[in-house]
Structures are given as C-alpha cells and as structure tokens.
Design a protein. Sequence first.
Length: 330
Amino acid sequence: MEVTFCDKHGKTTNLDFSDVSFMPYDRPKIHQVHRKLDLPFMAGEATQLSAKDIDIIYGSMLMKESQTVRFSSITEPEHIEMHFTLAGEGCLNNLSSGKQYRFSGNEQNIHYTPQFMGSSHYEEGSVHKFFEVRLNKSFFLSLAEDSSPMLMDFAEKVANDQPVEVSAENLPISLAMHQCIQEIMHLEMTGGLKGLFLQSKCIELLTLQAQAYEHAIDKGSRTCKTKHDKERIYFARDYLIHHAACPPSLTELSRLAGLNEFKLKKGFKEIFNTSVFSYLNNFRLAEAKTSLLSGVSIKEVADQLGYSSIQHFTRAFKDKFGVTPGRMEK
C-alpha cells in the first residue's frame, strides 16, 4: 500500500508500508508485523496478521494536523475487504471508479475494489480506529459458493471484476462481531493452531456480516430513519455498556438518549437485532467469560458486573454457555 499525506500547505510525506502489505498467500505460518508511527502530523499504530488466503490489519491513528491522505493499492493482489470502523468517521474517494465510501464508528461493510487510487481528508484532532480482514479473491469465491443469496450475488459480481459493496449503506457492528474482533486482537495462541483459529474467526465474521445484511433487507419499514436517531441508539448502547454493573431502567435510558421508550426499543431491535436488556445480558456474560479466563475470581466477576449473588451469576452463565463459571477459571 502506497500512502501519501498532504497538509493544507501542500507539503507531502510518503510512507512505505511495503512491510505491512499482503504476504504471499502460500505462506505456511502466521506472519505478524506491528508498527508504530509518531510523526509531526500523526500518531498511530497498526498490526497485521498474515496467513494463507487471509490478511488481518487493525490499528488506530490520531491526527495532530489536518491532512489529505492519498492511497494507492493498484499493485496489491485482488482481495475482498471486510471493513469495520471501530471509531471515527470520514469519506474515501476512489478516483479509479468514481465511487465514494463513507464510514462512521460502529459500522461495517464488505467491499471489492479491483483497483483503488483515491484520497480522504482527516481533520485535526480526529481519532480513527479500524479493523479489516482481507480475503484472497479465489478463497472468498470458494467460501461464497452455495452460501447465502447475498454472498452468492456478491460473489458473482466479484467473479466478473465489478467493484461492489454488500450494502449501499454501512450496517451496525453487532455485539457478536465486536466479540469476535476482540478475540482476534487479544489472541495469545501460538503455533499452527493460531492460523486455524484466525481463519475460523474470519469466516465467522463473514457469516455474521452476511446474516446482518439478510436481516436488514427483511426488516421493511424502519423506526430509525435519520442519522440523529441512529446516533441516539448508539449513545444508549454505549451508556448501557459503561454502566453495566448498575444499569438504568428503560425509562431512564430513553430519557438520557432523548428518545421515547417506543423508539428506543424498536430502534435498538432494528440496529442490534436484540432487545435492550438482552444485549446488556449478553455483554455482561461475554465480559464475565473473558475475565474468568484471565484469572479473575468468580466472586469478583459477579460483583464487578452487578449480579445480586454468585448463585444468580452462576445460573445465568450456565444458561448462556452450558457450563458453570468454575469451568472457566484458570
């Protein structure tokens, strides 16, 4: 990937990302690169995990000055990009195709751009966090064969070298997607099993994206029709997560989000495909599982996440995962 930064005075800075571009697809082992940048106009870091048929790239950047960034990936192998914007927003203009791609925090999409040469503008003080999975074209086509109608339609366009994205509008990143992304970013596994694990997680993410799209087109009329409505639903979700140990009532949450209860419940279901408190319950139990695996005691986990008793926590955990919390402890 060739990247050029250009400030408002026209001064340019070229960065060599050749060591974090696609690795050969026949590479037998996982290859990992971590890179940090601390430049006068930007600070950031990126990690790449490369294996046969798959590249995973994630990172963040803080813009110290406003910059226009030019990208070129024409020389890279053809791939399908599963893109997840974790934070920040912006717009990419592809000069090769004339297409424009907008992105905002907590949104995801799948793109195929055989040639990309374009630019994007980032304002001073903006923070951007991203997670991308790039699948080798032939590998993706094999996965999409006899899969969902959406993936097969998408794959047909890919096979015909048509630039295409799964959805005209980006879709929300679900809790299951977030959990999958976190498992990849915090993976401590080594050796040959690491490659199998990463491949399985990337396929899981692809499946979740396909399901999200199929669900979106089946919804019909929507309650959240404006950007403001969606932002308030995301605010409610974030507030709920940050206060998971002592969550507000639905009435309190709707007041804090600036929505009536009906729109909050319907909008939350539309965007996250679950109810407000089912989302909260799943989040708390996923956090509990992570904490237990890292060595935190059952009592500490139950207290931290606001369960009224260890018995209540144990029952909820077993209902969700089929095992007691004690089986998760190190």
